[in-house]
Design a protein around this ligand. Structure first.
Ligand SMILES: NC(=O)c1ccc[n+]([C@@H]2O[C@H](COP(=O)([O-])OP(=O)(O)OC[C@H]3O[C@@H](n4cnc5c(N)ncnc54)[C@H](O)[C@@H]3O)[C@@H](O)[C@H]2O)c1
Length: 333
């Protein structure tokens, strides 16, 4: 077996806990520290993971024992934490998005584009077999050239209530689709037209829904829909769809019910069986694949399949969506 990589996790909320649990199951990784600012959560995580627990990530990132870190902080805190991690020469897996604002994303792109350690951003659909199979079919010519595609990513209102002030729909949710669409297109996005509505989340200054049409350099168009105000008791955590029409074929993804359904006296539910579900007590799914790919990159001295340029490009599309909404017209990238 190869060398064991000493790992830390910054931010042990919902996603950081999964990251830490995944590191703990990997033989190549040794989870040596977590950092959590909330006292109760930090105590809980220290108990669960039995490792060093920091309150201040600057202190944790200065620890020379730690070689690699997951940064799993709210979207508006990514920039500073990555800057500190880069200054301390850590390998970095940053949860998406690169940043909340374009200027912060640009600053991070500049310091990571020639970084000599692994730097990757957690776009987990790159590790989802369905989205990956479509990329393979595009690459081997089975689908021909993309004429257009439609996608949707809708979820219950529980999500945005956790992110008030720290994020919004375009950079938090729609960016997943933007990332794989840019990857499929293989050319630059050039124009965006977007419309929004804010009803249930209006008082929080957040969007309920966004529709965006992105035009690419090759003429292909992508129509994206994202809404995160489905009722709390929706049976699914994510209702996502993709229909891609190429000159030689069509591809579909439909994941509303994730392939498993429960009906009891209390509720109907379609639990997650793709992203971060538990099998035999361990976190599995595309999130685990993403974390494993990061550890493999560190162990093998290779770069991530997700580049700083791609992470920045996704944020450029987000920025164009926000500009188009504000200006009420199609905008250039
Ligand atoms: N890949 C995905 O599909 C996916 C899904 C959900 C969230 N995310 C991303 O993961 C990140 C975290 O989201 P989450 O849902 O886990 O949020 P969360 O609020 O559950 O967790 C964030 C944690 O960071 C802690 N924190 C805040 N400031 C801190 C500081 N200065 N030092 C240390 N800890 C601090 C908070 O106390 C909290 O426990 C976000 O960037 C989000 O976009 C990704």
């Amino acid at each position: 077996m190869g060398k064991t990589i000493k790992v830390g996790v910054v931010g042990v909320g919902q996603m950081g806990t999964y990251h830490a649990q995944i590191y703990q199951k990997l033989p190549q990784a040794d989870l040596v520290a977590i950092c959590e600012y909330n006292d109760e959560r930090r105590a809980q995580a220290q108990k669960e993971f039995g490792c060093k627990a920091y309150k201040d990530y600057k202190e944790m990132l200065a620890d020379p024992e730690i070689e690699a870190v997951s940064i799993v902080l709210p979207d508006n805190m990514h920039r500073e934490a990555v800057e500190v991690a880069v200054a301390n020469h850590k390998h970095i897996l940053l949860e998406k998005p690169l940043a909340k604002e374009l200027k912060d994303g640009k600053a991070l792109y500049e310091i990571t584009k020639d970084y000599d350690k692994v730097f990757t951003v957690g776009f987990l659909l790159r590790f989802d077999p369905r989205f990956n199979m479509i990329k393979q079919a595009l690459d081997n010519g089975e689908l021909g050239d993309i004429i257009h595609l439609y996608c949707r990513r809708n979820s219950p209102i529980i999500g945005p209530r956790r992110y008030i002030g720290a994020s919004d729909l375009s950079m938090h949710v729609m960016i997943h689709d933007i990332d794989y669409i840019n990857w499929y297109m293989g050319c630059e996005p050039v124009k965006v037209f977007a419309k929004n509505r804010s009803v249930l989340l209006k008082e929080n200054g957040m969007n309920d829904v966004i529709y965006a049409i992105v035009t690419y350099e090759n003429g292909a168009i992508a129509c994206l829909e994202a809404c995160w105000v489905l009722p709390e008791n929706s049976p699914t955590i994510i209702d996502d769809k993709l229909e891609l029409v190429g000159t030689k074929g069509v591809a579909y993804v439909d994941s509303c019910d994730h392939g498993v359904r429960f009906v009891t006296d209390k509720k109907v539910s379609y639990p997650d069986s793709r992203h971060w579900y538990y099998t035999n007590g361990e976190v599995c799914g595309d999130l685990a694949e993403e974390v494993m790919a990061f550890i493999n990159n560190v162990a093998n001295g290779t770069k991530s399949i997700i580049t700083p340029k791609e992470a920045f490009n996704s944020l450029r599309v987000v920025d164009a969506i926000e500009r188009s909404i504000a200006e009420g017209k199609e905008v250039e990238l």
